[in-house]
Write a protein that binds this ligand. Sequence first.
Ligand SMILES: NC(=O)c1ccc[n+]([C@@H]2O[C@H](COP(=O)([O-])OP(=O)(O)OC[C@H]3O[C@@H](n4cnc5c(N)ncnc54)[C@H](OP(=O)(O)O)[C@@H]3O)[C@@H](O)[C@H]2O)c1
Length: 311
Amino acid sequence: MRIMRLHEYGEPAVLHLDETPPPVPGAGELLLRTEAIGVTLPAVRQARGDGDRAPLPRGLGGEVAGTVLAVGSQVTDYQVGDRVTAVAFADAYADLVTVPTATASPIPEHADSAQAVALVRSGHVALAALATADPRPDESVLITGAASGVGHLALRLAKIRGIGRVVAAVGSAAKTTFVRDLGADEAVVYDDVDWGEPVDVVLDAVGGDLLPRALAGLRPGGRLIYFNSGGGTVPAHTLLAGSTTITGMTIRRFATTHPDLYQRHDELLWQLHATGRLRPSIHAELPLTDAAAALRIIEARTNLGKVVLRP
Ligand SMILES: NC(=O)c1ccc[n+]([C@@H]2O[C@H](COP(=O)([O-])OP(=O)(O)OC[C@H]3O[C@@H](n4cnc5c(N)ncnc54)[C@H](OP(=O)(O)O)[C@@H]3O)[C@@H](O)[C@H]2O)c1
């Protein structure tokens, strides 16, 4: 099979096209022929060697949509020929991948694979972040990274949920029209001195140096949902004066702690898609062999929505 792998850590250009034997699905796994692969910020960080430095050559993790070619033992929910989206924690940038069924969701007939991977994978994260904050319609929500694959869907889903004031925070002025067109009531750029009135909820898709600023944008009693891969540090005492809270959220854990809600979110995403109320923006679709270029788009922070590879 064809797979894009790292042969050294560094810039995304260090991804190479390799031919390797196809993987064999283990217990509880599916073998998929990929039709679309979602490119994410964590993959850029993996390529740079931030965090874990697994032995080389190695593949990157990612989100995939494809058709089931084989099922491992103990798989009862899926069969050969089904189309699913799922998460491949390693070796995702390939035309064949194995995925755990625990991450898999069926794709409705005729749905496009790029739409499926963008809608379901990023949509689940956006919905889980919103569910964790559980804002009332009369509360306000600020979303950082609001033009990202997850962020732009969180913005749409907050408006669909009836939130009266949704503030989209983005890294550059070039993104403000995009987020306003999606329904943001206000758009701010991180460098702006004034982010407007404080908010009840921050959904933080960025973290890092922006975390203290995002926290400072909360009203007393406000809550920040931290679901990014950007790190960041806040002195604990900054939570005292306003009794603000920070809650971490990963979709991996959310899916296991809230299985029924996760299932309902799956259905909700496709319902909203079918009625045209939620359509992920696909910023770019590139061939698998252009994976380095796809990662560079994310690294340059220019994407408006999702970046997808087509094997
Ligand atoms: N908790 C979970 O389970 C979970 C699951 C999936 C994704 N996530 C997180 O959600 C966030 C958004 O992910 P995504 O896949 O939607 O992003 P994406 O589509 O890959 O978009 C990347 C965007 O993130 C922003 N960004 C912030 N810091 C950056 C950096 N150091 N380098 C490059 N871009 C940076 C940039 O927008 P601006 O310049 O406008 O900020 C960039 O355009 C990430 O932090 C990711 O780790 C969490």
